[in-house]
Design a protein around this ligand. Structure first.
Ligand SMILES: [Zn+2]
Length: 134
């Protein structure tokens, strides 16, 4: 998984400053699925899903060769994403999965959504799991 994620450094870079400023930590160890950003106290995990490796239906195209191999790989990646999300949610985390194309298209919206979500979590005494897709 870390191999996959290292390809998406561009979207990580633009998200870095605003999220660190909000008190999130980058690549914190020991969290299921290795989310890119985490707020441990509020139990918020942010995954930046690159369109290619996470097989976004709008932008991921199968390579022309070895199509079956790649198709299986993309299906596996997506299944793993779902499993990781479900596990964290069951442990009370708010999981925010952000598509790479959303970061490129409207960074302000993504950052604002995270800010509001974090604020919402702070108001909760009892952290309940949930998931948001952007
Ligand atoms: Zn996409």
């Amino acid at each position: 998984m870390s191999k996959i994620r290292s390809r998406d450094t561009k979207i990580e870079k633009v998200m870095y400053s605003p999220l660190i400023e909000m008190g999130l930590e980058y690549h914190l160890d020991g969290i299921e699925g290795k989310p890119e950003f985490v707020h441990k106290g509020e139990k918020v995990a942010i995954f930046l899903d690159g369109c290619y490796w996470h097989a976004c239906t709008q932008h991921c195209r199968l390579p022309k060769t070895n199509r079956e191999f790649w198709l299986k790989k993309f299906i596996r990646n997506r299944k793993r994403d779902r499993e990781v999300t479900a596990k964290l949610v069951s442990e009370g985390w708010l999981v925010i999965r952000v598509w790479g194309h959303m970061v490129k298209k409207d960074l302000d919206h993504v950052v604002e959504t995270v800010r509001k979500a974090l604020k919402g979590r702070k108001a909760l005494d009892n952290k309940v799991g949930g998931v948001r897709y952007l």
